[in-house]
Ligand binder design. Sequence first.
Ligand code: BES
Ligand code: MN
Ligand code: ZN
Length: 476
Amino acid sequence: MHSIIHKAKEYSTKGDLILLVTPNSDWSKFDLSANELKFIKRQLNDGKTSVEVNQYTRYVFVECLDTCLDPFALLEDARKRGAKIAVKCNNGAIACVSIIDLTTCNLSIYIAEGMALANYQFLKYFSDSESKQNTLKFIHVDAEDTVIQNMNAVISGTMHARDFVNEPLSYLTALQFSEDMMTLGDAVGFDVEVLHEKQIEALHMGGLLAVNKGAVEPPTFNVLTYNPEGARNSKPIVLVGKGIVYDTGGLSLKPTSNSMDMMKCDMGGAATVVGVMYALAEAKIPVHVVGLIPATENRPGLSAYAPGDVIYMMDGSSVEVLNTDAEGRLVMADALTYAKRYDPELVVDFATLTGAAVRAIGKYGIVGMGSASSEDQQRLLDSGMKTYERLAMMPFWDEYGELLKSEIADLKNLGPAEAGQITAGKFLEYFTDYPWMHFDIAGPAFLVQDDHYRLKGGTGTGVRMMFDFLLSKSNF
Ligand code: BES
Ligand code: MN
Ligand code: ZN
């Protein structure tokens, strides 16, 4: 993927320009006429914080930042402004723009981040995709090389995650998903091992196999490995992603009016994991990470698993299936069991797991819970704030786990109506014996409306948060 953010050059102040300012900045160096300066000053005095000057030979976008905002709000404000400017650049047929920061806050890279993320398009299925292409291709910033490299890498990872989520089932079957992961792995340098149906049977992954019974296409279990020389962690960090390439609910069929419309997004967790692996490999971050992705459709085919079935999971425990639409936890449980073989330092899973998570906090953040050390949890919370992929930690008391006791098996896959996001997490916890966090991304993974730089469709949520977390861990 072509990098959009580049280091600023000498001539950068000549072309289209974004000026980050405070009211008392020094305006003298940017070829603004006395009239233009007067115009800018008047707009700022009127309380505007974004001013656009069309000099005919170029645009100058002036952004007056409120540097009194708290640090996280300031970064997010910068990204949102970037998103607005990206739209203006494309409307003005601009290909290349430079950002000059006259404040003391080093915000150029975050403006660029918002611009780049807002510049994303998914045009594959348009006949005239060429003519629909955004014009913006280069953003010049004055920042350190590694800062720019890391930002480009995490943006590429996010965009790949978005692409996967936006791909419909008509293209992205489990097998195709595996193929595409291998292509990305080859491109940037992580390994992808694909386990096929026979191997999944040999591993007794009863959760993944049960969900796949009603499917048309075979399942895959994907093992992504990034273990660079000089990795700082001796025990790997394992990321697990829910890869339900389409969720009809199975025999517990989802009602057709709307509730199935966006279910191509149900591999959003898997997309996040691939996106993180891609970003780490492209940026050559020295950390040993393994990604585990169980993939299948959930469909009500003739041999579909049925409510009331008892299935045996990979770890040997029995599960009473009371709702075939609670399929995510079944495929995730087997992947969490598989993770045990790595003796991991930490396991983090991402899943579009429950409607309850959406009802709890909507699209504004990620629902989190788990058993990781308080140090790692704090580090995750910090990365969430910094990237504004915020984490809302749930209580995780034992009582929620007791709600999954079954009359006829070790546990059931369905809890009561309340706290569904937490009982789903408790189901997963049953299959873990290592420090672990569960992130339910059902709310933010897929949007029906643009939200600044998070565009309609797949958002790639979690990639930026997790990359920041792993980067900060690798710096120790
Ligand atoms: N994939 C859904 C959860 C979901 C809902 C994702 C909305 C994205 C947006 C999951 O498999 C599901 O169907 N969950 C059920 C669980 C229930 C049957 C216990 C739900 O939340 O309704
Ligand atoms: Mn479901
Ligand atoms: Zn699902």
